[in-house]
Design a protein around this ligand. Structure first.
Ligand code: PLP
Length: 356
């Protein structure tokens, strides 16, 4: 079994440490730990290791599911990993909608086989017929990320329903990574609530600003969740106890206040970046969330050449579209604190104005 290098992580590893401003983070800025009680008591594993039953019960209610259909994990990354390893093997095929976060197609490719179906620029529309054509007799999974990283496209409920129906007809699952879902004030119903063929993964990372607590979950068919838990005994055993302690607070009474505060930041920053994109004659699909996928300015060979020049000359990290298979674009993340965003955009103005 082999896996391709994670292109975006390798890019960050090369440039992030020495740069002044990170304008490529895909989530909302992190909340300070002192907003939460951080004393979970004795530093044990979470017991039972699939997550506290009361918390799983509460999470299950959000999906019209039961506590046995929820597995608490170390972030969405682990939730996706466990779902893939639970469902895929050498003879199993998945259809993955791209561009997206690389693990959503690279892991299933590593465990089995994959056909990717690209969204169609410039609006990144999803061609449901192309997904239908890609389904094979051994297709067990259709994989979607909605809202989408890197394009910020939020596919409509009818489109998601059409994919769900394709999965159901093929006796497969639709797995939707919904880690950006709560960044919009008007989220669609999660896929795991659509019926037995829906699997949802998410976490507190991108919308709540709590990446460091490494707390996420997988929701769906009890047999899949059980199998994923079986694999989890060999990965991280249990979620983080600190993570679960903070998750309880973030998902409790103060949840709406956190989400309101974060969504206000999204709106404000979105408008600033939209003005910046327009001022430089660039284009993007107006994104949901804090990721925009922007066309590379004229005069640069591709996203990588542009992002390399920006980090060398302005000490700002952007994400090259090459890492997502679309070299004509770069991803800008605008969830960072406002002062850093303002400084970053003004440095980019200077960079682009310098005779280019
Ligand atoms: C679509 C998607 N899923 C999962 C992750 C990882 O999230 P987590 O911190 O919850 O593991 C990312 C991070 O960028 C992402 O973009």
């Amino acid at each position: 079994m082999d896996i391709a290098p994670f292109a975006l992580e390798r890019w960050f590893a090369e440039v992030e440490h020495d740069a002044d401003i990170m304008l490529a983070e895909s989530g909302i800025r992190s909340l300070p730990a002192d907003r939460f009680d951080t004393d979970p008591g004795a530093l044990d594993y979470v017991i039972p290791t699939n997550g506290d039953p009361e918390l799983r019960d509460e999470l299950a209610g959000r999906y019209d599911r039961t506590a046995d259909e929820v597995l608490c994990t170390c972030g969405t990354q682990e939730a996706n990993f466990l779902a893939f390893i639970a469902l895929m093997d050498r003879d199993v095929h998945a259809v993955c909608v791209t561009p997206t976060y690389q693990s959503l197609h690279e892991l299933p490719r590593s465990f089995g086989s994959v056909t990717t179906v690209d969204l169609t620029p410039p609006r990144w529309t999803l061609d449901v017929d192309a997904v239908a054509d890609a389904i094979e007799p051994n297709t067990r999974l259709i994989v979607l990320n909605n809202p989408n990283n890197p394009t910020g496209r939020y596919h409509a409920e009818e489109t998601v329903q059409a994919l769900y129906d394709l999965a159901a007809d093929a006796d497969a699952y639709l797995l939707c990574d919904e880690v950006y879902r709560q960044l919009t004030a008007d989220p669609l119903p999660p896929v795991a609530s659509m019926g037995p063929h829906g699997l949802s993964t998410t976490s507190l990372t991108k919308a709540y600003g709590l990446a460091g607590v490494r707390f996420g979950w997988l929701v769906g068919d009890q047999e899949v969740v059980k199998r994923a838990w079986q694999w989890k005994d060999y990965t991280t055993i249990s979620p983080s106890l600190f993570g679960q302690h903070v998750a309880r607070q973030a998902l409790g009474r103060r949840e709406q206040a956190i989400l309101r505060e974060n969504r206000e930041l999204v709106r404000d920053h979105h408008d600033r970046v939209a003005d910046w994109v327009a001022a430089h004659g660039l284009s993007w699909h107006d994104p949901v969330g804090v990721n925009g996928f922007v066309t590379v300015p004229e005069g640069f060979r591709d996203g990588e050449a542009f992002c390399r020049a920006v980090v060398d000359e302005a000490s700002i990290v952007l994400a090259p579209g090459n890492a997502f298979g679309f070299p004509g674009y770069f991803r800008i993340g605008f969830g960072l604190p406002t002062a850093e965003l303002t400084e970053g955009l003004s440095r980019l103005d200077e960079f682009l104005g310098a005779g280019r």
